[in-house]
Design a protein around this ligand. Structure first.
Ligand code: F3S
Length: 756
């Protein structure tokens, strides 16, 4: 297995080879140290350790420093990630990286027109991504190419590899035995810039599959069942590792579906052991060489006998029923046989308005041909869909292949609308017109997420998640209580019929049709490439370099806001309509802390303005202070910055002149993002000191002259009535993080190193 095999056909000749030799060495070192059998996911994770000899390896406790093989970004998150990478001053990314245009395409009337409109509306973003990727050696998948995870599975995922992606469903690549983890843009920038990436050593949940799927039960039902068992939090901090004889009966794309939706139980990632079904998929996608290499390395891509798991569940596939999960949460799992009863009991709207199949979760050839088999049978009885029906191919390759092989015509003839190869309604990019906002209604999708408002921004929409088979059968009934396994439908001739079990080919017998060319490889000579950002753009802006720390900056700081209660990254940097400005730091900063509840007024978006003596909008006050060169601090309660890894929650306060964030405690990723942006992140040594902060206090952060790992800081507080307080603070900075602070940011430090 130490032959030179390219990680991807798309990058042949670039010198990006699969490095099983290094993995093998790492695994031997770790096995020697731990003296115990390893699970399969442990082998892959530890196979990517930066320092296998010395790193502290304790599942669920220590932090690992890792060297992922690749990075992938989707277009919404790539904008700020690339802007940050640019400010590091490096000439090229240090690991193979790709950017995928999939999130910004709105579904309105159908694929072709919707794509054309999106290219027009998002032109400046696409131009920026196309030129920036070309400049820095990044592969660029143009709008229309497909959804990030489908393209990764088709072209880049490989057994035993490790990938990070700026999208939560990156684990989809676990269907090809890759450890693939969704992360924030700041982490992606680190990896692109050759900095080891930190991950809490994952716990491992073993899911033993026995038996074999049959009839109406599909791979999706395995994860729907697992989500019901483990709940939305059950996978937190863990890798879900599938195993057992039942694995052999699943297609690689089916395994991808299961790993994809593992994100819904909060899992770090999900992964299947390497097997021949994966080999078949690799061969079908022209990667037979990788399949052969992986076969020779297979012992490292399976668990050791006797490996121990932190938690263990077992599922018998032979007795597994189809499930329907929802509404409003993906872990409310109901077996199909109980679903009609649940609809009535819970007063869920019985009429099915829309069924949506496809997306990154469920648009494989197998999924599409099984759905087509159902539609074909309905057509034979003269039926068209009763509900609206949409089909989202996951990639141009899938679209072209099902167009050639006839499934697309069958689905369209039944009344389905084929949408662009993009996220569309899965991420709320859906110009839905069949119901009014606020109108109670039901939809069913083969997607993965169904939180309130996710698909159509209508909080009254009851969104259910199921396999594409169940969705397709349901749209012919137009009724949520229909059970295709037991109930009949009336054909056009008035005769009743029951659907047969769906059937479909795992892989296209004539091979995949690649369709239109939608990939832009970075040019060999990149010296002349200019990154395009229109200076008048309201969506993109070059990221300024933050100024380095100067002694004195810590003196006489205003308290901008003191947060009461929960303060997630959404409170700090709101989503929704603001996502449009993700690439424009000045514009998006106008939402900073606007969701935070003030501890003084108990309302959102209220800051005491020292200039006027009144409470005013927080970002407006911060902007005024910035204009006056006046620095400020944020004060927070427990677990500040929980929720997501959104780096904007640290970038925006920094942009508006924030100097420090002081809280009772921080969510770890947010704390690390604050440090990377050169802010001081510290916690009250005595949490009750939080209560001593008043709206018009002026504070000085003492102890920065002796800022060192483990040192104590002091918050010297001057109250408006002339009284003072000294509040001891603690911090968790290590040596490299202290350098970020002094340099102004982690990227400043990199830029200085790059130009030295
Ligand atoms: Fe896109 Fe939905 Fe997948 S947003 S990446 S299709 S989860």
């Amino acid at each position: 297995f130490d032959r030179k095999v390219d990680m991807s056909n798309v990058e042949k000749g670039k010198g990006y080879f699969i490095n099983y030799k290094k993995m093998d060495e790492n695994i031997k070192i770790v096995r020697d140290r731990l003296k115990r059998p390893l699970t399969m996911s442990e082998k892959i994770v530890y196979g990517h350790l930066d320092d296998p000899h010395n790193e502290d390896i304790r599942r669920g406790q220590s932090y690992l420093k890792l060297r992922p093989d690749r990075v992938a970004c989707q277009d919404a998150t790539a904008q700020m990630a690339l802007l940050q990478f640019m400010s590091a001053g490096l000439p090229t990314v240090s690991v193979p990286t790709t950017v995928h245009c999939d999130h910004l395409i709105e579904a309105q009337v159908g694929g072709v027109k919707d794509l054309a409109r999106a290219k027009d509306i998002n032109k400046e973003v696409y131009d920026f991504l196309a030129t920036c990727t070309a400049k820095y050696g990044i592969g660029f998948w143009k709008p229309g190419s497909g959804i990030i995870h489908q393209i990764l599975l088709e072209n880049y995922a490989f057994p035993g590899g490790m990938m990070i992606g700026t999208d939560s469903h990156t684990p989809n690549a676990g269907g090809l035995n890759m450890i693939a983890i969704g992360i924030g843009g700041a982490d992606a920038v680190d990896v692109m810039a050759d900095i080891p990436w930190e991950l809490k050593c994952p716990k491992v949940v073993g899911v033993e599959l026995t038996g074999k799927l049959s009839g109406w039960t599909a791979p999706k039902d395995i994860i729907l069942k697992v989500a019901g068992e483990l709940t939305v939090k059950g996978g937190t901090g863990s890798i879900i590792e599938y195993k057992g004889p039942g694995v052999e009966g699943l297609s690689a794309t089916g395994m991808g579906t299961i790993c994809n939706m593992g994100a819904e139980i909060g899992a770090t990632t999900s992964v299947f052991p390497y097997n021949d079904r994966m080999g078949d998929y690799l061969r079908a996608t022209n990667r037979g060489e990788i399949a052969d290499l992986a076969k020779g390395f297979q012992k490292n891509l399976l668990p050791d006998a006797g490996a121990e798991y932190d938690n263990h569940i077992q599922i018998d596939l032979s007795s597994l029923e189809p499930h329907i999960n929802g509404p409003f949460t993906p872990d409310l799992a109901t077996p199909l046989s109980k679903f009609a009863e649940a609809v009535k009991k819970n007063d869920w709207p019985q009429e099915l308005k829309v069924g949506l199949i496809g997306s990154c979760t469920n648009s494989s050839y197998e999924d599409m041909s099984r759905s087509a088999s159902i539609a074909e049978e309905a057509a034979a009885h003269g039926l068209k869909v009763k509900s609206k029906f949409t089909i989202t191919p996951g990639s141009e390759q899938i679209r072209a292949t099902i167009a050639r092989d006839g499934q697309m015509d069958i689905l369209s003839d039944a009344g389905g609308v084929v949408l662009a190869n993009a996220c569309g309604p899965c991420i709320g990019q859906w110009d839905r017109t069949d119901v009014k906002k606020g109108e109670k209604n039901s939809i069913i999708t083969s997607y993965n997420r169904n939180f309130t408002g996710r698909n159509d921004a209508n909080p009254a929409t009851h969104a259910f998640v199921a396999s594409p088979d169940i969705v397709t059968a349901m749209v012919f009934a137009g009724d949520l209580t229909f059970n295709p396994m037991t109930d009949s439908l009336k054909g056009a001739d008035g005769k009743e019929f029951k659907f047969s079990d769906p059937t479909g080919k795992e892989l296209p017998p004539r091979g995949y049709d690649p369709g239109e060319e939608t990939f832009q490889a970075p040019p060999e000579d990149r010296s002349q490439v200019q990154v395009k950002i229109d200076p008048n753009s309201d969506r993109l802006e070059f990221l300024p370099a933050w100024e380095p720390y100067q002694p004195g900056y810590e003196k006489d700081l205003y308290v901008l806001v003191k947060a009461e209660g929960k303060c997630t990254t959404d409170h700090i940097s709101a989503g929704g309509p603001w996502l449009k400005y993700r690439g424009h730091i000045s514009n998006i900063s106008r939402n900073t802390y606007s969701g935070v509840i003030s501890a003084f007024t108990h309302e959102a978006n209220q800051s005491y303005n020292h200039n006027t003596g009144k409470f005013e909008s927080t970002p407006e006050v911060a902007l005024q202070y910035k204009g006056q060169g006046k620095r400020w601090v944020f004060i927070g309660g427990d677990n500040v910055g929980e929720g997501s890894s959104r780096e904007h929650a640290a970038l925006q306060p920094r942009h508006l002149g924030g100097f420090a964030a002081i809280a009772k405690s921080f969510a770890r990723i947010h704390e690390s993002n604050l440090k990377k942006q050169g802010l001081v992140a510290a916690t009250f040594k005595n949490p009750e000191d939080y209560d001593k902060i008043q709206k018009d206090d002026i504070v000085t952060l003492e102890g920065l002259d002796k800022f060192a790992p483990g040192s104590e800081l002091n918050l010297a507080v001057k109250h408006a009535d002339g009284s003072t307080d000294n509040l001891p603070l603690v911090h968790s900075y290590n040596e490299p993080q202290l350098k970020f602070f002094k340099a102004g940011s982690a990227l400043n430090l990199m830029a200085a190193a790059a130009s030295a």
